[in-house]
Write a protein that binds this ligand. Sequence first.
Ligand code: ATP
Length: 242
Amino acid sequence: MSKEVCIRVENVSKSFGKKQVIQDVTFEIYKGEIFGMLGPSGAGKTTIVKMMAGIDEASKGTIFVFDTKMPHLQMMKRIGFMAQSDALYNDLTALENLQFFAMIYGLKGSKQKKRIEEVAELVNLTNDLKKPVHAYSGGMKRRLSLAVALLHNPDLLILDEPTVGIDPVLRQAIWEELRRIQEKGTTIVVTTHVMDEAEKCQRLAMIRDGRLIAVGSPEDLKKETHSQTLEEAFLYFGGARA
Ligand SMILES: Nc1ncnc2c1ncn2[C@@H]1O[C@H](COP(=O)(O)OP(=O)(O)OP(=O)(O)O)[C@@H](O)[C@H]1O
């Protein structure tokens, strides 16, 4: 794997009104890796990935994606973002949803058709495209959201809790898909509060109370803290900083 930088988070803080929720966070994500953002609910994972995706702006500090300061409209076209709640049109079929978002990305005609077929195949929804989304299960909606995020072939894919509410079998299928996408050279950022998912990432950032408490590969983070599990390592780093 190359060590070229995809995302550089530099001294980033974020406040909502008087409440500071991200405190001077600095780390890098390399091109082509699956990078995890691990932390409990409310730690600040969503806030950080939204700033990476250019949906929100840092109050202090800077985020660079492919050396471009975010937010940046052109760069956002190279990013696929899957939010925590599915932003789908329930009354439309899955195919119509994909066609709608493809149009927004400027994909038309035979190119659009081909790309929709590809992403549907990738998330295993080829045979369910004609169903209205309101007839979809939660897991199918997540997979359709992933397909939407992949439509424009992004160089960077940012997924906010992609497998929440998804059963273990589907969760495994999604991870297999992510690895396939990674093999094509895409950098993937995934937020999670689940330790076994964090284990699947090449490297991860541990976030607690808006602070970066550790960053490294799951192996290194465990070794460094003489821990058997990532959970133990997380508690160690959290406690060491408290
Ligand atoms: N728009 C907002 N206005 C005010 N506070 C906010 C806003 N968005 C997030 N926060 C606060 O920022 C903190 C971090 O929230 P964030 O959603 O980033 O955490 P998270 O780690 O992604 O949690 P979860 O796993 O539950 O999604 C929380 O205290 C949250 O209440």
